[in-house]
Ligand binder design. Structure first.
Ligand code: 5GP
Ligand code: ZN
Length: 112
């Protein structure tokens, strides 16, 4: 999607601090971290949000969770939270599917 911020980050057109990359997904540190470790994992192909996941495009979501497991292990992180905000009321501000990975502090439950 030509005017999508995260499509541009995944394509390297906008710089980011990369954590991980393969042919299907891209992971990078959040510009406004909400925890000592806070990175985002996105599919390279544009999906607007969790609400746009279908049987046809959902394989990348399983892949992303395998990547999250691998990357956290490599970073030595055992305790972490994975969050995906879907829609404005839930706090989504960038309309390209992304999974926040947060670690390094106590997390509240339920989330605010
Ligand atoms: P959302 O609010 O949609 O769940 O999460 C979007 C996240 O993207 C926010 O945590 C925000 O800090 C992060 N973000 C927005 N713009 C940029 C950017 O240009 N670079 C990086 N690395 N993160 C960004
Ligand atoms: Zn996009």
């Amino acid at each position: 999607m030509s005017d999508c911020l995260f499509c541009k980050i995944a394509a390297g057109e906008i710089p980011s601090k990369k954590v991980y990359e393969d042919e299907q997904c891209f992971a990078f540190y959040d510009i406004d971290p909400q925890a000592p470790t806070h990175f985002l994992v996105i599919p390279k192909a544009h999906i607007g949000s969790c609400g746009e996941i279908t049987p046809e495009n959902s394989a990348v979501v399983a892949h992303i969770f395998a990547v999250i497991s691998q990357v956290t292990r490599e970073l030595g992180i055992t305790d972490f939270r994975v969050v995906s905000n879907c829609g404005e009321q839930a706090g989504q501000s960038v309309h390209h599917l992304h999974f926040h990975v947060l670690a390094g502090r106590d997390m509240t439950w339920p989330p605010g």
